[in-house]
Write a protein that binds this ligand. Sequence first.
Ligand SMILES: Cc1ncc(C[n+]2csc(CCOP(=O)(O)OP(=O)(O)O)c2C)c(N)n1
Ligand code: SF4
Ligand SMILES: [Mg+2]
Length: 351
Amino acid sequence: MTYLAKPRLHHPDLPKNKLGYTHRDYEGAVSTLCAGCGHDSISAAITQAFFELDVPPHRVAKLSGIGCSSKTPTYFLGNSHGFNSVHGRMPSVLTGANLANRDLIYLGVSGDGDSASIGLGQFAHALRRAVNMVYIVENNGVYGLTKGQFSATADKGSKSKRGAINNDQPIDLVMLALQLGASFVARSFSGDKTQLVPLVKAAVLHRGAAFIDVISPCVAFNNHAGSTKSYDFIREHNEAVNRLDFMPARSEIITDYAPGSVQEVVQHDGSVLRLRKLHDDYDPSDRIEAMDYLLQRHAAGEVVTGLLYLQPDATDLHAALNTVDAPLNALRESDLVPGSAALEKFNASLR
Ligand SMILES: Cc1ncc(C[n+]2csc(CCOP(=O)(O)OP(=O)(O)O)c2C)c(N)n1
Ligand code: SF4
Ligand SMILES: [Mg+2]
């Protein structure tokens, strides 16, 4: 069975958010993934982020491809819109949906196979077009669903469960996202909810292409010694460059950090991101320096996590196309076919 509905009964005193919803209202069906799979922790972080943001679930559209990771939208936001696309094709379906109805919050959930192999071209074009979305890759270095083949993000020299060595160069989706112009780029770890939840919240409120690469160990096929995507490896090599505190718009800002150690960034909706620096030499506002730093730290064997790049004044595909403010799917025929007098006036303006 691939779909188990969760019982609706819950404790009457569960905390409620501003909309009167409990955490349960942001959950989905019971997960059928392997116990301990990192992807389930990411689903929990997404559930918490949307609950804390007080987002009405019907305002979210969650889209995915094929893979264990792409199954996860079934396990969170059960009252949101969902679309499970063909393998590697989520970005173009998301782009089309976003163009048709700009009023929804678009959440793309994908895997390293889905986005770095068959869907690499799709991944690239959605980011370079600045589609307003949160794009999460649940990165385990293998094709989990098809029994653990190396994916394109597996590090050169890393070992499969059966002892085979990966001889191919890895694709670092964070480096690609930076190069392609994504305006919010982060990396996190499924085992670090304290880091991941504020990153998801900030990404949801960011206007433009927000990309989060989440290292998410596959306990069935890639959690052994010799893997660079196992729980132990990431815990030992995780270097967080900053910690993010997310302040919704209009909330009181209480400073409890030493002056100079916190950088505040105001997003377009007024929410404030407070970045606590953990590495003095890391500047998340400089795309080129960020790429340089990531390359150096990767060569030293570190997995750099945190908010790696942010362009707070970014715009999106709708701004580039100069579309009208109203969602295109809400336009009436009279808006789309304004009549011969309007056409004549327009033609005259071109003469
Ligand atoms: C067109 C097509 N090619 C190949 C497959 C087989 N397939 C299913 S899932 C998958 C890879 C999944 O890997 P990933 O996206 O990393 O997800 P994970 O299961 O690791 O979370 C592949 C190759 C498919 N379903 N469709
Ligand atoms: S096979 Fe791997 S990725 Fe798939 S559910 Fe199991 S642990 Fe998760
Ligand atoms: Mg995978």
